[in-house]
Design a protein around this ligand. Structure first.
Ligand SMILES: C[S@@+](CC[C@H](N)C(=O)[O-])C[C@H]1O[C@@H](n2cnc3c(N)ncnc32)[C@H](O)[C@@H]1O
Length: 227
């Protein structure tokens, strides 16, 4: 039976045998299974997002900055997928205790790409981390208005940006006056975010990842000045 990609249960060493073959995804999955700490959903989510982001925003060099990173898997996968990227930084107010262990397992499996100081972790609020125009800023499930903070920080630096929002708070989230037409409040919030980003001088792209992995699957991507 296939593994449920939306399961929050941890990948285990026994499950490594379920990921057969020499593909990049299978090799990443086996390394993470061996570490035994990562919720399965995070692997499938980060992989799906990383592939779409690399296709649209990759190839330009610079750092991948994974904000509200948790285990920071998205940044590391982008560094693996995008040969032009130079480093990955995982930024979180409080990094999970297993973040270093998981990064160690991936660095062992991919020493050239993820070893030798190419992956770092910084514990600080998203508002305090300095960004530059060469960065590729990503945030997977930055809860509620944290997604707006990420977009604002990235836009202030004119950095490439990609967010997969979650936990929309309709009390405080900006629905852009669209409530009269759009009954789906979280969709109105995300449309307003896309319009806001465009108004900052960004070209905007939208996509979805497979809803079987997460129902919060709207991906918003932007690059400054590509309009
Ligand atoms: C839902 S988790 C997502 C983690 C990871 N991106 C993922 O998708 O698995 C949200 C993360 O945001 C972090 N966080 C919350 N407020 C923050 C802030 N002000 N600055 C930086 N990180 C923050 C939390 O510690 C948590 O790890």
């Amino acid at each position: 039976m296939a593994l449920d990609p939306s399961s929050r249960s941890r990948l285990t060493p026994q499950q490594a045998a379920r990921f057969v073959g020499d593909g990049l995804f299978e090799r990443v999955a086996r390394a993470l299974c061996a570490a035994g700490k990562l919720p399965r959903k995070e692997l499938y989510e980060a992989w799906a997002v990383a592939r779409k982001v690399r296709r649209r925003l990759g190839g330009a060099g610079g750092r991948v900055v994974d904000l509200c990173a948790g285990h920071g898997l998205l940044g590391q996968l982008l560094l693996l997928l995008d040969r032009a990227a130079t480093a990955a930084v995982a930024v979180d107010r409080v990094l999970p205790p297993s973040a270093a262990l998981l990064a160690g397992a991936l660095a062992e499996a991919f020493p050239a790409e993820l070893g030798a100081g190419r992956v770092t972790r910084v514990e600080c609020p998203v508002a305090d981390f300095e960004l530059g125009p060469g960065d590729l800023v990503v945030a997977l499930h930055a809860c509620g208005e944290l997604t707006d903070v990420v977009l604002a920080r990235a836009a202030a630096a004119r950095a490439r940006v990609a967010v997969l929002p979650c936990c929309h708070d309709l009390g405080s989230g900006n629905q852009g006056g669209l409530e009269g037409w759009i009954e789906d409040g979280p969709l109105a919030v995300d449309l307003t975010r896309a319009a806001w980003l465009r108004a900052q001088g960004y070209q905007v792209w939208t996509a979805r990842i497979d809803a079987a992995v997460t129902p919060k699957n709207r991906l918003l991507m932007g690059a400054w000045g590509h309009v």
